[in-house]
Design a protein around this ligand. Sequence first.
Ligand code: CA
Length: 231
Amino acid sequence: MAESGITTILLVEDEPFLRKGIRLNLEAEGYRVIDYEKADDVLERQSSFAEISLGIFDIMLPGQLNGLELCRQIRSRSDFPVIFLTARAGLDDKLEAFQAGADDYLTKPFELEELLVRVQARLRNRTTSPVSETIGDFKLDMESGVATSSSGDVVRFNDREQRILALLVLNRGRPVHRSDILDHAWSSAESPTNRTVDNYIVKFRKIFEEDPAHPRWFITRHGQGYELARP
Ligand code: CA
C-alpha cells in the first residue's frame, strides 16, 4: 500500500522451485510476498485479505480447492486483482478463469520477467487510495490527513491515525481485523495491544459520529474487527 510503501502479494503455487523463484523475484522488486502451497492453507491461515494488493494463483493445486475455487471464495470478501498461472491453456480453461474473477492469465512455462511486467500493470491499474473520502459530515483528505466538516471544523490526524484511516477506507464496507490494523499501523518493534486499536476507534467515533455511543460509521463487527460503513 502506498501509505507504508509496501505492496503485499499473495502467491499460491505448489511447485516449490517455482514458488521460491517467483517469491525471490517479487521481493527483489520490493514487494512483500505471502506464499502458500495450497489454497486450503490460504483459507485456513489467512485471517484477512485487507492488506493484499494482488494475487498470483496456480490453478492446479493439491488439496480440496484449486486456484479457481480459491479465487471465487476470496471474491466475496475482497477484490484485489488475481493473475492465474497454469499449465492448462485451453480456451475453456481461460474462460473458466475469467468467470472465477481472474484479471490476467499466464500459461506455463513463462518467463519471470513477463510475470513481473504483468504484476506491475495490474497494480498500476489499481490506484486504490482515493484522494478524499467522505465520512459522515466530514471530508477526509487522504494526502494531508485533514478532515473538514461541512460547518468548517478542521481535524488533523497524526501519522498513525492516518494509517489506520487509510486501511479502513481501502476496505470500506468490509471488516478489518484488529491484528491487520496493528500490523499496518505499528512496527513490529512496538508492542501495542488490541485495546490500543480500540482507543483509536473511540477517538474516530468522537470526531466523526453524530452519536459516538451508537456509531453509524466506525462499526464493531464482533469477532471480525472494525468496519468503516459505506455511505
Ligand atoms: Ca500446480
